[in-house]
Write a protein that binds this ligand. Structure first.
Ligand SMILES: NC(=O)c1ccc[n+]([C@@H]2O[C@H](COP(=O)([O-])OP(=O)(O)OC[C@H]3O[C@@H](n4cnc5c(N)ncnc54)[C@H](O)[C@@H]3O)[C@@H](O)[C@H]2O)c1
Length: 255
């Protein structure tokens, strides 16, 4: 088992990539704290883990709420005595919108979740990791940070910020043996895709989905398992010398 007895908080683990990563981490021996603002979804992931014989607790938290994030970290540290991994994965999408039509509210919503949420998670967990002599922070950025698609400026910029925050913290926290990395998934086969395509069921959604898949050299979307196994490596001791990396899980999209 590659994460035996490690304590891992995963935000946004009620759905998509986060849920897939929570299941794989638990199978590899981690004690997983499934955190999501969608409480029933968080509980469903934790229940699936327990049914498979793993260990998980669910907690309802909005990553934009400083007090909620601090409580998540404090309660996890009190329960398990340590936090080995914080995976800042929660994020929100947007429909394709020319920049001149982006409202300030839309811009701020994207940044509040995708950037401020990561900042708050890091800020809360760093003192715990410093005290215990190390740890791993893993952020979910995106290929959007490297090869942006036109029409998604706020989302792309938010993921660019996550990428630079990741590299900055890798240096800032290296003296404390805290590793900080990010994953850049390409468009994923998750509920979020609908938020980018902006179309309901039916042909319009299928056509949008096909366009995304065709933009990937390997010809398909990222699955939760694709992302989970990259996260597993980066959060395991096998990656002990790996920090400041933005790992593309993108079928060649960023080449
Ligand atoms: N799906 C894609 O195409 C894609 C591509 C690249 C990167 N990403 C990134 O991957 C991450 C996961 O995306 P996904 O595709 O699994 O999406 P998803 O919509 O399936 O899951 C996201 C989860 O995050 C939770 N969440 C959203 N805002 C939250 C908040 N404020 N506080 C707590 N939880 C919150 C949602 O409730 C949901 O369960 C995101 O950061 C996303 O930006 C997604």
């Amino acid at each position: 088992m590659r994460l035996k007895d490690k304590v891992a908080i995963i935000t946004g683990a009620g759905s998509g990539f986060g849920r897939g990563t929570a299941l794989v981490f638990a199978r590899e021996g981690a004690r997983v704290v499934v955190a999501d603002r969608d409480g029933p979804a968080a509980h469903a992931t934790a229940e699936a883990i327990r049914e498979a014989g793993g260990e998980a607790t669910a907690t309802t938290v909005d990553v934009t709420d400083p007090k909620g994030v601090e409580a998540l970290v404090a309660e996890t540290a009190a329960r398990y005595g340590r936090i080995d991994v914080l995976h800042n994965n929660a994020g929100v999408p947007m429909p394709f919108t020319p920049l001149e039509d982006v409202s300030l509210e839309q811009w701020e919503t994207i940044f509040r979740v995708n950037v401020t949420g990561v900042f708050l998670g890091c800020r809360a967990v760093i003192p715990v990791m410093k005290r215990q002599g190390g740890g791993v922070i893993l952020n979910t950025a995106s290929t959007a940070a490297v090869r942006p698609r036109p029409g998604l400026a706020p989302y792309n910029a938010s993921k660019g910020a996550v990428a630079v925050l990741t590299r900055t913290l890798a240096l800032e926290l290296a003296p404390y043996r805290i590793r900080v990395n990010a994953i850049n998934p390409v468009a994923g086969d998750t509920p979020m895709l609908r938020g980018f395509i902006g179309a309901g069921e039916g042909e319009a959604y299928e056509a949008g989905r096909r366009r995304f898949a065709e933009s990937v050299p390997l010809g398909r979307l990222a699955t939760p398992e694709d992302v989970a196994y990259a996260a597993l490596y980066l959060c395991s001791d096998e990656a002990a010398l790996v920090t400041g990396v933005l790992l593309d899980v993108d079928g060649g999209r960023d080449v």
